[in-house]
Design a protein around this ligand. Structure first.
Ligand code: FAD
Ligand code: SIN
Length: 527
């Protein structure tokens, strides 16, 4: 089956939905989703979306400065300027579409309750309790679906991009409900497939975050950059997990906003420790807090530290963090009384498919936006709550720029379509799970919070063994996904080996210093 549209969007998180809404104003749009509607990182976002809407105490200039500081010298300043300036307008549009953010009567905040998170010098995080992403996704998705503005195909993951004469003409995708491989032709294609942190053993990311977009684009000849920069969130709930769950189940996040409201970190001996590591203590940049926790866990021989909410009233906890409160309670913890066992988990990829400020990749007709893309807006370390904003701003821009691409373009009737023939996997389900587990533990141990040439080479070696064992001709989507994870894991590890310095989220124990003379540059890779 062949379907044609003007703009095809692969992925339906904040970046894909925003791109679809923009594109639907001027052309026929199709959106492919890997899972069901709402299965995305966007849906899980807790803390909120950063925007300098407080014109008295805040400014876009302060937001720019904080983003550049967090990015540790690798941000593209023009990209950040666009993010913070256009971000304010995109957030206001979201509110006009009906997004309900928490309100408070504070001077300058436009009636919104603005939260504080790590490395922000002002309160600027709009939030909907601790389920901000769900509120945003609901608002964008409802607007799109209610008015039938796009064709949406759920459970239809993209497998391979269609490239002819150097131009992207869409994607082959498998309808997981029927097993049929379908061809989606488009005059322009926007990748918005989200992140890849499922390549790590411990991650906050949803099961769909297996790096499909990066892998598809890389195989098709697109450039990827900044792959070594993986952000580890300091505070994921440490929970007892069955073996089968480890393979995919995300760790439940305890939002940074909890520390913004006064939550403190204690080691296994009950000592507050962040003062040893940073003047901003619990609100230091994420990479600093994650490494500090890692260090304390090592020093005390524990697999977690504690987050204590002792200074926050029970009323505030239940009102401000209802999801966190309820989820912890279901797991036997009353966080109005009990400390929360937490440890870092892989959370966000600063790297991805390289684009310019308009979302264009090096392949004609192929665009990327959101977490699967990389345009230097986050540098070596993303500022908290800037990712939703990134998807909103650059999803919109990618759709606007794709508009130019679709004008005067007609499909050639002789396009060569070599659709993959998928059937049942040659590998058994249990083998696929086992290989995934090897990839995830190799990455956690070797390409984790603290790396060195020795650990990275060991990880690469394990990944290469998996590669030899599984071959390179997938015959089912499950095998394709495994290969995508493997490729993403190799790209991260290779880049982490090549960058012989420490910067932002990339920390090398054998090169512990930042090396500006040699390393104020991006690492870019291409097949
Ligand atoms: P996603 O929202 O992940 O959407 C990706 C989409 O692509 C999904 O629809 C998926 O089905 C689809 N997809 C994947 N592969 C394929 C394929 N092969 N074919 C077709 N479709 C595919 N950021 C903030 O700014 N503030 C926060 O408070 C915040 N909290 C977070 C909390 C958690 C637990 C997590 C995991 C992340 C959080 N982040 C937060 C980060 C932020 O949520 C994500 O970076 C952002 O939502 C990514 O948006 P996206 O549209 O790029 O991708
Ligand atoms: C959180 O709520 O701590 C996540 C925020 C983010 O990833 O930006």
């Amino acid at each position: 089956m062949i379907e044609k549209s003007d703009i095809l969007i692969i992925g339906g998180g904040i970046a894909g939905l925003r791109a679809a809404l923009t594109a639907s104003k001027f052309c026929k749009v199709t959106v492919l989703l890997k899972g069901r509607i709402g299965e995305s990182a966007t849906e899980k976002a807790q803390g909120g979306i950063a925007a300098a809407i407080d014109q008295i105490k805040d400014s876009t200039l302060y937001h720019l400065e904080d983003t550049l500081d967090a990015g540790a010298g690798l941000c593209d300043e023009e990209a950040v300027r666009i993010l913070v300036n256009e971000g304010v307008d995109r957030v206001k549009e979201l509110i006009q579409m009906g997004a309900q953010f928490d309100r408070a009567e504070t001077e300058g905040g436009g009636g919104f309750a603005l939260a504080l998170e790590g490395a922000h010098k002002r309160r600027r995080i709009l939030h909907a309790g601790d389920q901000t992403g769900m509120e945003i996704e609901k608002t964008l998705g409802y607007t799109l679906l209610k008015e039938g503005l796009a064709e949406v195909a759920a459970e239809t993951p993209g497998i391979s991009l269609i490239i002819e004469n150097g131009r992207c003409l869409g994607v082959h995708a498998q309808d997981l409900k029927t097993g049929e491989v379908k061809t989606y032709l488009a005059k322009a294609t926007i990748l918005a497939t989200g992140g890849l942190c499922q390549v790590y053993l411990y991650t906050t990311n949803p099961t769909v975050a297996t790096g499909d977009g990066v892998a598809m684009a890389y195989r098709a000849g697109a450039e990827v950059q900044d792959m070594e920069f993986i952000q580890f969130h300091p505070t994921a709930l440490v929970q007892f997990t069955e073996f089968s769950d480890i393979v995919a189940l995300p760790q439940f996040l305890i939002s940074e906003a909890v520390r913004g409201e006064g939550g403190i970190l204690l080691n296994n001996r009950g000592e507050r420790f962040m003062e040893k590591y940073h003047v901003k203590m619990e609100l230091a940049p994420r990479d600093v807090v994650s490494r500090a926790i890692f260090e304390e866990m090592r020093a005390t021989g524990a697999d977690h530290v504690y987050l204590s909410l002792v200074g926050i009233s029970a009323e505030k906890i239940t009102k401000r963090f209802p999801l966190i409160y309820k989820t912890c309670l279901e797991r036997g913890l009353d966080i109005t009384r009990d400390n929360i066992p937490v440890a870092p988990a892989a959370h966000y990829s600063m790297g991805g498919v390289r684009t310019d400020l308009e979302g264009r990749t090096n392949i004609h007709g192929l665009y990327a936006a959101g977490e699967c893309s990389s345009l230097g807006v986050h540098g070596a370390n993303r500022l908290a709550s800037n990712s939703l904003l990134d998807g909103l701003v650059f999803g919109h821009r990618a759709a606007l720029s794709a508009r130019l691409q679709i004008m005067d373009f007609e499909f050639n009737s002789n396009i060569k379509l070599d659709a993959p023939k998928f059937e049942s996997s040659k590998l058994k389900e249990v083998e696929i799970q086992r290989y995934k587990l090897v990839i995830k533990s190799a990455m956690w141990q070797g390409t984790g919070i603290i790396r060195s040439a020795e650990t990275l080479n060991a990880a690469l070696h394990r990944l290469e063994i998996v590669e030899k064992q599984i071959g390179n001709a997938p015959i089912s989507f499950e095998e394709q996904e495994l290969m995508n994870m493997l490729l993403a894991a190799k790209l991260i590890t290779r880049a982490a080996l090549d960058r012989t310095e420490s910067r932002g989220a990339h920390y090398r124990s054998d090169h512990p210093k930042r090396d500006d003379p040699n390393w104020i540059r991006h690492l870019t890779y291409k097949t």
